[in-house]
Design a binder for this molecule. Structure first.
Ligand code: GLA
Length: 738
């Protein structure tokens, strides 16, 4: 039973298979945190952990309760203005301008299972995986506002999902200035903060820093989760590695402006807040209305970061990703973007399609440039109908030819955008986000649609739905290529303008929801100039995402390694592209490019009509090989071994292992080749110590314990005078022998 409630002491103990999360209703009627970490026994009370002592002259609850000082307590969901001077979880402004709240516990509700939220992507328990839902209700003594704190407890993946719902049960107009999804007050600050930051084409590199006193924030104001920061972060003990040690993982099921904040206070406690960024946010709560925050995920393990990533990966596949795609093999695709950019015709594309078919590739994805009169990136966004010059018989005809070969067909859209040179803009200039008093700021020559308008969602749903049906689309790549400026909507009142960033994201979710409901078999891949919206909000609708516009193999080792901490490899679109690489100018071998891209949703993004017979035959082998081990690559348990973010980042390695531990593939990459290099022993992970295995086609058979503990000798690289041995890769295919 995951939730223990002691009715007398009002102690709530949420237990998963390996963790405990405990809080208690305190004297002042709020919930106070007792513990979050490795599982402990359930007891009636934990007075030792809740004991209070007078510290300084800071405010106390009352004359009679001098020891109860809000600045010293660990709160479950804090407000500001009653003596706790750390940043709060929420703030509400009343009609008279006061921002004081006094929450008092009212009751709780415990339910089996976990239901979805109605207007936001969220977790669920449709596989009857023993999840439970706990709802704690509080009433604000000043305004009468109701606050529900919602907890989803998923025992077998050691995950707790938290969100808050504000219901205006008063007769006043209230304004929410701040409404975070989760607060966790940890009793010490002996942690490293591990975050995943970067830039366009350099996303999600790992940064690890010791917590320091004060506030450390990771956040976005791009109206997207962003290339620059990612909502996933970890707090790890200083000694924690991928292999061992305590670590907490946090994430948010949201694609807009977010805040991950850790505040280390005067007593070295650490307050972790996760949620919608309170900057550029507010929500008007008229009497009778409510506001639901997105869900935050928290997870814990004492067994290192590989374990944390693995339990989150299982969790997302069972409780977040569209069940239709959970166990569905992702097709090997070819995308024409880097092969042709805007310069293509139907016949040129058909050459690529025919060649791809010969090579065993399963899906053709037609990227940007098929609609309106888009020959470069200055026009036509919003005109989602075929360019008759490029497709005289429509997309349907082209799609039919692809389908006739037995291949799937996918199409690129950038639904949220509008070009000034478009029919859409000529008909509906008011649909573009802009401030009437300010010159619109272009980004990649384009502007953004006001996704908070229902008529915009209807327009996009109808046009996209029409093409999905007429061209029988199997897949959609949904791109989003600029950040939003002049965030203003002429249909909202003055007081609602700060609601726009969140309303925008709700509009995006609405369109995703309508499309995925109406066309359940279409596979969506999200993209935002590559990895600018790589988050759990979109994972709910689009189980795969274009990881980065950087397809250079060496750069991808870092990007995929960093991404793997918070997201499963089945979410990572990974393609082989041409050399010299378009983003870095680097030349890497076709083998290395393949060996990196295998560890994700594999595909190609280059002109296969211009390649040598030798290269084509190598591609054919890669495709066959990938198909043979596809489930392992896409859904196998992922282990990071040698990190590119460590001091000796010259070697990078990772491994996937099947659930039954009978099959595994490891990759060892080297960035630069050095002469007469030191001996290398490779230590495999995740094998069954008692089983015997063969590695590649070695004649010798090894026990799992030997391969993991004694290691496997890797001979030095033979220089053949043919090819550079920089960016060199090796794969180890490990199979159990009977
Ligand atoms: C973005 C995407 C690319 C490609 C282009 C098309 O940059 O990340 O993969 O689709 O847009 O304009």
């Amino acid at each position: 039973m995951p939730v223990h409630v002691n009715e007398e002491t009002l102690v709530f103990h949420l237990q998963t298979d390996h963790t405990s999360y405990i809080f208690k209703i305190m004297k002042n009627g709020e919930a106070g945190q007792v513990y979050f970490g490795k599982k402990i026994h359930a007891r009636a009370t934990y007075s030792n952990l809740m004991s209070r002592e007078w510290r300084d002259a800071s405010p106390s609850l009352s004359e009679e309760n001098q020891n109860f000082q809000p600045s010293t307590i660990k709160a479950e969901y804090s407000s500001f203005g009653k003596g706790d001077f750390r940043y709060p979880a929420f703030q509400v402004t009343q009609e008279n301008g006061s921002r004081i709240s006094e929450l008092k516990y009212e009751n709780y509700l415990l339910l089996d299972g976990k239901r979805r939220l109605t207007n936001l992507p969220s977790t669920f328990d449709e596989t009857k995986d023993d999840a439970q839902t706990l709802i704690l209700s509080f009433k604000d003594q000043i305004t009468g506002l109701t606050l529900n704190l919602n907890y989803g407890i998923f025992p077998h993946q050691d995950i707790i999902v938290k969100s808050a719902k504000f219901i205006n049960s008063s007769s006043e107009n209230l304004v929410l200035n701040r409404a975070l999804s989760s607060q966790l007050d940890l009793p010490d600050s002996n942690y490293d903060l591990i975050q995943f930051s970067g830039a366009w084409a350099r996303e999600r590199h790992l940064y690890r820093n010791q917590l320091r006193p004060g506030i450390q924030n990771i956040s976005s104001l791009y109206t997207s989760s962003s290339h620059q920061q990612n909502p996933f972060m970890m707090l790890a003990r200083p000694q924690t590695t991928d292999e061992q040690g305590e670590v907490l993982g946090f994430n948010l099921i949201y694609s807009g402006n977010f805040l991950d904040s850790v505040e280390v206070d005067q007593y070295n406690t650490s307050r972790v807040l996760i949620g919608i960024n309170p900057d550029e946010f507010c929500w008007n709560l008229a009497p009778g209305s409510f506001f639901q925050t997105p869900e935050a995920i928290i997870s814990y393990t004492s067994d290192g970061m590989n374990q944390l990533s693995q339990q989150m990966a299982v969790f997302y596949s069972k409780h977040l990703v569209n069940p239709r795609f959970t166990n569905e093999d992702r097709p090997v695709l070819i995308n024409n973007w880097e092969a042709t950019y805007f310069d293509f015709s139907e016949s040129k594309l058909m050459k690529i399609v025919n060649q791809a078919h010969q090579l065993g590739i399963e899906m053709f994805v037609l990227d940007d440039g098929w609609f309106g009169h888009r020959d470069d990136d200055t026009t036509s966004l919003g005109d989602w109908f075929a360019d008759k010059k490029k497709f005289p018989n429509g997309i349907e005809h082209f799609s039919q030819q692809v389908h006739d070969l037995g291949m799937k067909f996918g199409l690129w859209f950038e639904p949220e955008m509008i070009s000034i040179d478009s029919e859409l803009y000529r008909n509906h200039p008011e649909w573009m986000i802009h401030d009437p008093k300010s010159t619109p700021t272009p980004g990649r020559h384009q502007f953004v649609l006001d996704m908070s308008r229902p008529e915009v969602i209807d327009y996009l749903f109808n046009l996209m739905g029409h093409i999905i049906e007429s061209a029988k689309l199997d897949y959609i790549k949904w791109d989003m290529n600029r950040a939003i400026t002049e965030m203003f909507s002429s249909q909202l009142t003055k007081n609602q303008q700060l609601e726009m960033p969140h309303r925008y994201i709700l509009g995006v979710y609405k369109l995703y929801d309508r499309l995925t409901t109406a066309y359940p078999s279409v596979l969506f891949e999200s993209c935002a100039s590559g990895g600018g919206r790589f988050d759990l909000g979109l994972m709910y609708y689009a189980p795969q995402a274009w990881t980065s516009d950087d397809t250079d193999a060496a750069e991808r080792m870092l990007i995929q390694f960093g991404t793997s901490y918070g997201y499963p490899q089945s979410m990572m679109g990974a393609h082989v592209s041409a050399v010299p690489n378009d983003q870095t100018g680097r030349i890497t071998s076709l083998k290395t490019r393949g060996d990196v891209a295998f560890f994700g949703d594999f595909g190609y993004e280059l002109d296969i009509t211009q390649m040598t017979p030798r290269a084509l035959s190598q591609i054919k082998k890669q495709v066959t090989f990938y198909k043979q081990y596809r489930r392992l690559f896409q859904f196998g348990k992922f282990y990071r071994i040698d990190s590119p973010f460590s001091k000796n980042g010259n070697y990078i390695s990772w491994q996937v292992v099947s659930d039954d531990q009978k099959e595994s593939i490891a990759a060892l990459y080297q960035l630069l080749n050095h002469p007469n290099s030191p001996y290398t022993r490779f230590y495999f992970k995740g094998l069954d110590p008692n089983r015997q295995y063969r590695v590649n086609d070695d004649t010798e058979i090894y026990y799992g314990d030997e391969l993991m503990n004694a290691g496997y000798f890797v001979p030095s690289i033979v220089i053949d005078g043919q090819e550079s041995k920089d960016f060199y890769s090796r794969l180890f295919i490990i199979k159990a022998v009977k």
